[in-house]
Design a protein around this ligand. Structure first.
Ligand code: HEC
Length: 109
């Protein structure tokens, strides 16, 4: 019941927020990043934009956060390489991926 309530609440926050960025929680995203994203994004493996590399992130951050989250959630192929859906961890929810993106963006601007 509590669980149902919190997911309903989370959906309400996600869909009602005018500022999409506020819907994602960067501090909660750190653990997701460490577990599923750092393997490529820490050192910039396979063309991945490196965490903290402002020059690499600036044009990406200039896209809407929703685009970044959608690319990370569904995967995409860009000019630098291939970003696997959910970083290859199919168990992640879109909200968890969004939190990880918020963390990465916060560390890289
Ligand atoms: C297997 C390596 C790999 C893993 C693991 C990985 N990424 Fe990526 N990611 C990439 C590469 C390569 C790109 C650059 C693709 C391009 O733009 O050419 C990228 C790009 C991105 C971008 C920029 C998207 C854009 O539109 O510019 C974001 C955000 C991102 N990754 C988030 C994540 C998150 C969040 C995770 C963990 C859930 C993750 N990545 C895990 C390889 C990886």
């Amino acid at each position: 019941m509590t669980r149902l309530f919190s997911s309903t609440l989370l959906c309400a926050i996600l869909f009602s927020s005018g500022n999409a960025f506020a819907a994602y929680n960067a501090s909660a995203g750190k653990a997701v990043y460490d577990a599923s994203c750092a393997s490529c994004h820490k050192a910039g493996i396979m063309g991945a934009p490196k965490l903290g590399d402002k020059a690499a992130w600036a044009p990406r951050i200039a896209q809407k956060i929703d685009v970044l989250v959608s690319h990370s959630d569904k995967g995409y192929r860009g000019k630098k390489g291939m970003m696997p859906a959910k970083g290859g961890n199919a168990k992640l929810t879109t909200a968890q991926v969004g939190n990880a993106v918020a963390y990465m963006v916060a560390q890289s601007k």
